[in-house]
Design a protein around this ligand. Structure first.
Ligand SMILES: Cc1ncc(COP(=O)(O)O)c(C=O)c1O
Ligand SMILES: N[C@@H](CCCC[NH3+])C(=O)O
Length: 432
């Protein structure tokens, strides 16, 4: 792979020197190439426009939820999906239009549903019978008719890590189709005047490369509605489009996944003599993953002759839990000279007190020295979003880069931030 560099041979990100970014903002540092994010958002929209079908591209913001990304999504005219009160709060704080939000989740609380109804969240994707009842009561109390989709558990096993596969029957998400729960939910929702039942939703999993699962899912949702004698206004097939982390990953262009879904639903609409339903997709990873990278400063190393070389950096599982959680793999480059010939293979480890605290299992690199900057690629999805304060390490800052300019969009946490919510244990007030 050939990386963009400048006259100093430093890695550049959308025209900005990565080493300068590390010097300016410190490390670890998440850096996003905003031009790339916009390109992907536009590519998803373009395929629906070309096929002239009604659609909604809804960014699954769990992949990376910050005010700045909701602003970019809004500028690009796409919707956003949220899965918690916290994501809703962030989107609203960014000025994102509530009507363009959808709300997923298998255990939304009464308070979260109330917050969503009050804010005017466009669509709530109802996951279970308790939610169906609560939402009806909340909508009635607020005198609104809430637009909803029903999330179906489609019984489709996608080809991906079992922890990120969600479509199989044995899943906590959605109304089970095979045992008739989905149909019962449909019958309840369609008769409930507090709810405006608009369609069906199913999501089969994440980091999927092959179009057949998406085709099957789209077909199954259409067949299901048809078997109930219902013409849905919306078919939402979720997200899950795979991205390239390393050479082992061979994703299709995002337009191929969308094209396959569109073709499937066009054929179903024709066969059932339906008006074309609005097709919704919820890409998360594919929008922000490839556009993000994490910069680290290289520190100590440990060479175990005839076994392994460990190269440690100043971050780790607190800013990227994915290798520890899913055995996920990444590519890393030396930001000081990304195209230099490689001379050794190392395991890039973090600074956390866990043996499993690895960022890259096996990485070919040129000779490095302490203080050099390492750029781990494609960390834009589920990196910052899943970051923690484990070992009381502050979470890194996030910088957006676009056309040669850079801007801080999330400040680095400080030690004071970490202790800010702690309260001293007042022994004097402890009962005997
Ligand atoms: C309901 C739903 N929609 C969308 C997504 C986004 O998936 P991805 O980030 O793989 O595109 C997820 C996460 O897997 C999800 O659970
Ligand atoms: N967080 C996971 C994917 C789960 C997607 C959310 N339903 C990952 O990093 O791959």
């Amino acid at each position: 792979m050939d990386y963009s560099t400048n006259a100093q041979a430093h890695l550049t990100i959308d025209g900005v020197d990565a080493v300068t970014l590390a010097d300016t903002y410190g490390t670890p540092l998440y850096v996003y190439d905003v031009s790339k994010i916009r390109q992907t958002m536009r590519a998803f929209k373009a395929i629906f426009e070309r096929e002239a079908v009604p659609y909604v591209v809804s960014y699954a913001s769990k992949a990376f939820s910050t005010k700045a990304i909701y602003q970019v999504a809004q500028q690009e005219g796409i919707h956003a999906d949220i899965v918690s009160g916290g994501e809703l709060y962030t989107a609203l704080a960014a000025g994102f239009p509530a009507a363009h939000l959808s709300f997923n989740g298998n255990n939304k609380s009464w308070d979260e549903l109330t917050m969503a109804v009050r804010a005017g969240v466009g669509t709530i994707i109802v996951d279970n019978f308790l939610e169906l009842q609560w939402l009806s009561e909340i909508a009635a109390a607020h005198q609104v008719q809430q637009a909803v989709l029903l999330r179906i558990s489609p019984g489709i096993s996608a080809h991906t890590h079992e922890f990120i596969s969600t479509g199989q029957q044995d899943s906590k998400f959605g109304f089970d189709l095979l045992t008739g729960q989905a149909k019962r939910a449909y019958e309840i929702a369609r008769l409930d005047t507090n709810l405006d039942l608009r369609g069906l939703h199913a999501h089969i999993g994440s980091q999927i490369f092959d179009v057949t699962g998406f085709e099957k899912n789209a077909a199954l949702l259409a067949d299901t509605a048809h078997s109930w004698g219902w013409i849905p206004a919306v078919i939402n097939v979720g997200g899950g489009f795979g991205i390239r982390y390393t050479d082992d990953d061979t994703p299709l262009p995002e337009s191929d996944y969308a094209a396959a879904i569109i073709a499937t639903l066009k054929a179903k609409a024709e066969a059932f003599a339906w008006p074309m339903p609005e097709i919704w997709i919820e890409p998360g990873r594919s929008i922000v993953g490839p556009a993000g990278q994490t910069l680290y400063t290289i520190g100590s190393r440990k060479d175990i002759p005839n076994l392994r070389q460990y190269l440690a950096v100043d971050g780790g599982m607190g800013d990227n839990i994915r290798p520890a959680l899913y055995q996920a793999n990444y590519d890393a480059v030396l930001a000081n000279d990304p195209n230099a010939p490689t001379t050794e293979v190392v395991r890039v480890a973090g600074k956390y007190c866990e043996s499993g605290d690895v960022l890259v299992w096996e990485q070919a690199l040129p000779k490095t020295k302490p203080g050099d900057i390492l750029a781990v690629q494609a960390t834009g999805a589920y990196g910052y979003a899943m970051a923690s304060n484990y070992n009381r390490n502050p979470r890194p800052a996030v910088v957006f880069v676009e056309n040669g300019a850079h801007q801080l969009v999330v400040a680095r946490e400080t030690y004071a931030d970490i202790v800010a919510l702690d309260r001293a244990y007042d022994l004097a007030s402890t009962p005997e």
